[in-house]
Design a protein around this ligand. Structure first.
Ligand code: GLU
Length: 301
C-alpha cells in the first residue's frame, strides 16, 4: 500500500505554505488509496506539545486526517544511533572538529577540495590521524560526525522536478551536540515508517541526493519523490509570520472558514477560482500532480 507523510517541525503555527504542502501530501496519499502519516520533526527543538497540538488541530480542521499515532523524532534517537553505528562500522563516517566558520573559510580558500560540490565541506578532517584527533580533543573540541561520501555520484528522480545527477557532499550526520542530523533522521524514519512517497517543499529537492545515498548505504528503499512549489510572501521571501495573516487562526479571525482557506490554497495552484470554498474531498477530486505550477506561488492577502 502506498504510504505518504507530512513531517512538520513543531516550531510554531503552520502557515499557508506548510498547509498547502500538507494538503498536497495528503492528496497524493489518498488519491492512490494510500495511508497518510504525520511525523513531528522535533529533533532540534525537543517535543513541543502545545505547538504540536496546534499543528494537528489545523490539519484536522482542513480535513487532512492522518492514520495511526503521530511519531516524534525526539522519541526515536536510538534508531538514529543504530544507523550511525552501521555507517561507522562500514567505515563511512569520520569525526569533524571544524567550526562552521572554519568550514566556510576553508571552502573558499584556493586549495579547497575541487572534487566536491560547490560550497562542499573542504575535507579538513577527512583524513586526520588518531594523534591529530586526540590533539583536537585535548584542546576541548567536540566532534560532529560526517558521512564519508567519497565523492559518490547519485541520480535522483522527482515527479515534478525531473532528475538530478550530482556528487554528494560529506554532510554532517550527527551534530557535535550528539543530535542526529535531519538528513540521517529523515531517511531512517521514512524507511521505518514504510513511507513510499515523499511529498514536501521543493526547497528540500537539493538535499534529496544525500537522502538517496544514505538509503543506498543503509540498504533502505528509496521512496518516490514529489517536491512541490513553495508559497512566498509578496516580497518574494518564503512565507512567514511577518507577512501578515498567514495561519489558519489568522484567517479564522478574519472570518474565513477552513474550506475557504483550502479553496484559496487551491486557487494558488490554479485548481480553484478565487473565493471558492473547497473541502478536503473537493481538493482531492482536483488533485493532479502533473498540473502543479512550475514556479512558487505568491500569497497576496
Ligand atoms: N521538517 C521539514 C520541514 O518542516 C520537512 C522535512 C521533510 O518533509 O522531509 O520543512
Amino acid at each position: 500500500m502506498p504510504v505518504g507523510r507530512f513531517a512538520p517541525s513543531p516550531t510554531g503555527p503552520l502557515h499557508l505554505g506548510n498547509l498547502r504542502t500538507a494538503a498536497l501530501a495528503w492528496c497524493a496519499a489518498r488519491s492512490s488509496g494510500g495511508g497518510f502519516l504525520v511525523r513531528m520533526e522535533d529533533l532540534t527543538t525537543g517535543a513541543a506539545a502545545e505547538q504540536e497540538d496546534a499543528q494537528l488541530a489545523d490539519l484536522a480542521a482542513l480535513g487532512l486526517h492522518h492514520d495511526g499515532p503521530v511519531v516524534r523524532q525526539s522519541d526515536r534517537t536510538d534508531r538514529y544511533d543504530l544507523a550511525i553505528t552501521t555507517l561507522s562500522r562500514l567505515g563511512l563516517t569520520y569525526e569533524c572538529f571544524c567550526s562552521r566558520r572554519e568550514v566556510r573559510e576553508a571552502a573558499v580558500a584556493p586549495h579547497g577540495d575541487p572534487s566536491g560540490p560547490e560550497g562542499a565541506y573542504p575535507g579538513t578532517c577527512r583524513n586526520l590521524t588518531p594523534a591529530e584527533r586526540d590533539d583536537r580533543r585535548a584542546r576541548g573540541r567536540v566532534p560532529a560526525l560526517r558521512l564519508r561520501a567519497g565523492s559518490r555520484r547519485v541520480v535522483v528522480a522527482d515527479r515534478r522536478c525531473g532528475e538530478l545527477d550530482v556528487t554528494v557532499d560529506d554532510v554532517v550526520i550527527r551534530r557535535a551536540d550528539g543530535v542526529a542530523a535531519y538528513h540521517l533522521a529523515v531517511v531512517v524514519d521514512d524507511a521505518s515508517q514504510g513511507v513510499t512517497q515523499v511529498v514536501r517543499g521543493d526547497d528540500l529537492w537539493p538535499s534529496t541526493p544525500v537522502h538517496v545515498l544514505l538509503q543506498e548505504l543503509l540498504g533502505l528503499p528509496t521512496p518516490g519523490y514529489l517536491h512541490v512549489p513553495l508559497v512566498l510572501g509578496p516580497d518574494g521571501a518564503r512565507l512567514a509570520k511577518r507577512h501578515g495573516a498567514v495561519t489558519l487562526a489568522d484567517r479564522a479571525e478574519a472570518g474565513e472558514s477552513p474550506e475557504r482557506v483550502l479553496g484559496a490554497l487551491a486557487a494558488t495552484l490554479g485548481w480553484a477560482v478565487p473565493g471558492e470554498s473547497l473541502d478536503a474531498g473537493g481538493l482531492l477530486d482536483r488533485y493532479d500532480p502533473d498540473r502543479l505550477p512550475a514556479e512558487p506561488s505568491v500569497w497576496r492577502p
